[in-house]
Design a protein around this ligand. Structure first.
Ligand SMILES: [Zn+2]
Length: 284
């Protein structure tokens, strides 16, 4: 099972990964690259006949409603990727509730459909803030794709029960269906390869081999992953530079090859295939 997902945000939303000083207004000072990058993604999916799940920011829904409507009208699935990409572990319970509410409302008002799929910005839902799952359930989120089951700069959940679909159960006996990021065991090391900087850095023949040998793959791409002409942010760490700007010249070709070489499902289609009675359970 290969799940195709995209996180719909501007190239500059990664600024929130390192500092928390920008407000929503100041973001409009940056050059917009989203429309042109989305056109590439739409074309690539159209030519290969693939449908995916698009996790969209509430910010994008308000600023670029046409993009959200186009994703919907082309038959793709839409989930929430938070309101404006603030790292979740920096929010308290009230701030989180407000963030989920604004994001969901912004998208739902546009497309007239309930949003019940969610991915945290920068996978910032981990061991320390796993209680946030309760709030997602309270907002009628049924499927979560926020768990990165390894150590990560912004969060990560290294003790997570499984790098494959599972149920997360809360103390109140509520549950959510979880689709975590998968990894591949390469020479005894667990390697992430299915999205973002990892997808751009590995050569395609390796990605193809790892995909073929994996029974479950959760991809995660961003419009900026396919934009070699995007501006480079100043004052970022070397690791962030490598993660954000390496491999941009060859990534368009890689995505096109991937879409042609493999079958993909969106999140709800994948959920219909899974036998949820026989998956691992993570208690929080
Ligand atoms: Zn994101």
């Amino acid at each position: 099972m290969n799940i195709l997902t995209f996180d719909i945000e501007e190239w500059f939303h990664i600024k929130f990964d390192n500092n928390f000083l920008e407000d929503e207004m100041s973001l409009s000072n940056y050059e917009s690259r989203l429309n042109q990058n989305m056109e590439f993604i739409f074309d690539a999916l159209d030519s290969s006949g693939k449908k995916g799940t698009f996790f969209c920011l509430g910010w994008v829904a308000r600023k670029y409603p046409k993009i959200i409507k186009k994703i919907d009208s082309l038959g793709h699935e839409i989930g929430s990727h938070s309101n404006n990409h603030k790292l979740l572990f920096k929010l308290n319970r009230e701030e989180l509730r407000e963030d989920i509410k604004i994001s969901k409302n912004s998208i739902e008002d546009l497309i007239g459909k309930k949003i019940d799929i969610y991915r945290a910005p920068s996978f910032s839902l981990g061991e320390k803030n796993s209680w946030m799952i309760e709030e997602l359930i309270d907002f009628e989120i049924k499927y979560d794709c926020s768990i990165f089951p390894a150590t990560r700069e912004n969060g990560g959940f290294p003790s997570f029960v499984s790098p494959s679909p599972c149920l997360i159960k809360t103390k109140n006996n509520c549950e959510i269906k979880e689709f975590p990021i998968n990894f591949y065991n390469l020479f005894g090391k667990n390697i992430i390869f299915s999205g973002g900087g990892y997808f751009r850095i590995f050569p395609y023949f390796m990605i193809k081999k790892m995909m073929k040998e994996s029974s479950y793959v959760m991809t995660y791409f961003h419009p900026r992953d396919f934009d070699p002409d995007q501006p480079v942010l100043k004052d970022i760490s070397l690791i962030r530079y490598i993660k954000s700007y390496i491999g941009l010249k060859s990534s368009k070709n890689k995505l096109v090859k991937l879409l042609n070489d493999f079958k993909f499902e969106c999140v709800s289609e994948a959920s219909n295939i899974i036998d949820w009675k026989n998956v691992p359970i993570q208690y929080i």
